[in-house]
Design a protein around this ligand. Structure first.
Ligand code: GAP
Length: 481
């Protein structure tokens, strides 16, 4: 397990310096746990979203897509259980006025124990915490914090309030005239937009069970302890798929989706040893089985995706609250029932952070001076996910070289994202492309005018090969499959 906060900070700085991710409204000192994606970040995010979307809808003919609204009828969240259950136990430090999620506070202390080599004490602490959380024993949790003399990182004191529950949903008001408005919520998960549309989709797309509905979109949670960059945000993006199955078959589907989702993360170029499952012992109010896929971030193993067997909880509750039937007629069994649901729920931002953590490398490379080396920073994204696939770089800004470069751009830009740069020395331009993870650079020089060839430079091997200019498009496209 990694523990390299220095590397984590370096990646955060790199994201800002090279146009991947900026703090939101930075000129006003930012907004806690809210981030904006810059020009390369947004391309990377799009590529990952498309990769997920295609793996769900294109590779599975029994999965179709949907794009539901963020705002939903407030009864949705009563039915789903979020109004009553979507809360975390919190505790406040009276001196610093800082609020902590109880499990995070205790987990933080157990990590400290681990660093001190007190492995048994750390394990006992976490085991006791899990039991108390399962029982919703808030006074027991408070006692555990006091007994272990856990203090606030800011005030350094153990002057704690009681443990209380805080709902994580953001609310706002619909309508502009006071008194006529209703409180509504910003969705805390995209899944409910799928559940309430289950029959609309099933009927219009003529789906037969088992079938899935996929969706990507923003979700909002008023996370109390929101830190660790884009890992835990208040506004983030989910990529969710609800798979509707016959009651009694859900465990088979749960296991098969667990395996398929693990394989998908490996398809992003993540080595298996940096991925693992974490099976839940404490289940959410809607689940009868649940597991996380965790990645070994520089701050340790953390969740990137959840796979949940949600039973028929959501559809049954919507049937109960709306008074509308949420049943499916199964022609093979010749009977109607409420389907069971297996859900795969991935956090797009966390996958972006995983890819950045995996891709970021500082390498020693030879310079033009024999025997000397230099450090280059390179993001080794798989070409299919890289924000920019190709950079076209004329050696000089004159002698007809820019015109050749622009012609290459014109042949490639409708097939993949490419950029043109003529400013700075060629060495500096290569370094800049390495830093944003561009897998291919093409240099146009005077020989290009003579024989129509260009030099293609490979990001990962640094090798340079002369090829005909009109072969560039095909060469890059072949690397994107
Ligand atoms: N529909 C089920 C659901 O929402 P979840 O485990 O609460 O399940 C699914 O969330 C995924 O959403 C997580 O695995 C994580 O990747 C992402 N996620 C959850 N909260 C997040 C946050 N505050 N910031 C960024 N990503 C988050």
């Amino acid at each position: 397990m990694s523990n390299d906060p220095g590397r984590f900070q370096t990646i955060i700085s790199h994201c800002k310096e090279y146009g991947f991710i900026f703090p939101s409204s930075e000129i006003y000192e930012g907004l806690a746990a809210v981030y904006d994606y810059g020009p390369y970040g947004v391309q990377l995010k799009r590529n990952v979203r498309d990769h997920w979307w295609n793996s769900m809808t294109r590779m599975h003919s029994e999965i179709v897509g949907i794009d539901a609204a963020i705002f939903m009828h407030p009864a949705t969240w009563k039915a789903s259980g979020h109004v009553d259950n979507f809360s975390d136990p919190m505790i406040d430090n009276r001196d610093s006025k800082k609020r902590y999620r109880v499990d995070h506070l205790i987990e933080g202390y157990s990590e400290k124990l681990l660093q001190e080599g007190k492995i048994e004490a750390a394990e006992t602490l976490l085991k006791t915490m899990d039991e108390l959380l399962k029982e919703n024993d808030f006074s027991g949790l408070r006692q555990l914090i006091t007994d272990n003399q856990i203090t606030c990182g800011i005030s350094g004191t153990g002057n704690w309030t009681d443990v209380r529950q805080f709902n994580l949903m953001f609310s706002t008001r619909l309508g502009s005239i006071a008194g006529e408005s209703d409180e509504i919520y910003l969705r805390p998960e995209t899944a409910q937009g799928i559940f309430v549309n289950f029959l609309n989709v099933q009927k219009t797309a003529r789906m037969r069970i088992p079938f899935g509905i996929a969706q990507t979109g923003k979700a909002f949670r008023n996370e109390i302890v929101a830190r660790q960059f884009i890992f835990r945000m208040r506004e983030f993006e989910q990529m969710e798929m609800q798979y509707f199955v016959r009651p009694g078959t859900e465990m088979d589907w749960y296991h098969s989706w667990k395996a398929e989702r693990m394989e998908w993360h490996r398809s992003l170029g993540i080595p298996q040893e940096k991925l693992r499952f974490h099976d839940h012992s404490k289940l959410a109010h809607y689940a009868n089985a649940a597991a996380d896929i965790e990645y070994d971030f520089p701050i340790g193993f953390r969740e990137v995706e959840g796979i949940h067997s949600r039973t028929d909880y959501d559809l049954s509750r919507h049937q109960q609250f709306s008074g509308k039937k949420m049943q499916y007629f199964d022609p093979e069994l010749n009977k109607s029932y409420i389907p069971f649901v297996v859900e795969t729920s991935a956090g797009l931002d966390r996958i972006i952070l995983m890819l950045l953590s995996e891709a970021y490398q500082e390498q020693q490379v030879p310079t033009a001076d024999p025997g000397l080396t230099d450090t280059r920073v390179v993001l080794g994204f798989p070409p299919v996910l890289a924000p920019v696939k190709l950079a076209v770089l004329p050696l000089v800004k004159k002698d007809g070289l820019p015109e050749i470069g622009r012609r290459i751009m014109d042949t490639c830009r409708n097939a993949f994202y490419c950029i043109y740069e003529e400013k700075d020395s060629i060495g500096k331009r290569y370094r800049r492309q390495d830093a944003i993870g561009t897998p291919f650079c093409v240099t146009v020089d005077h020989q290009s005018k003579e024989d129509g060839t260009v030099t293609i430079r490979y990001r990962d091997t640094l090798s340079q090969v002369r090829i005909p200019a009109d072969a560039v498009r095909t060469l890059v496209l072949e690397a994107l499959v």
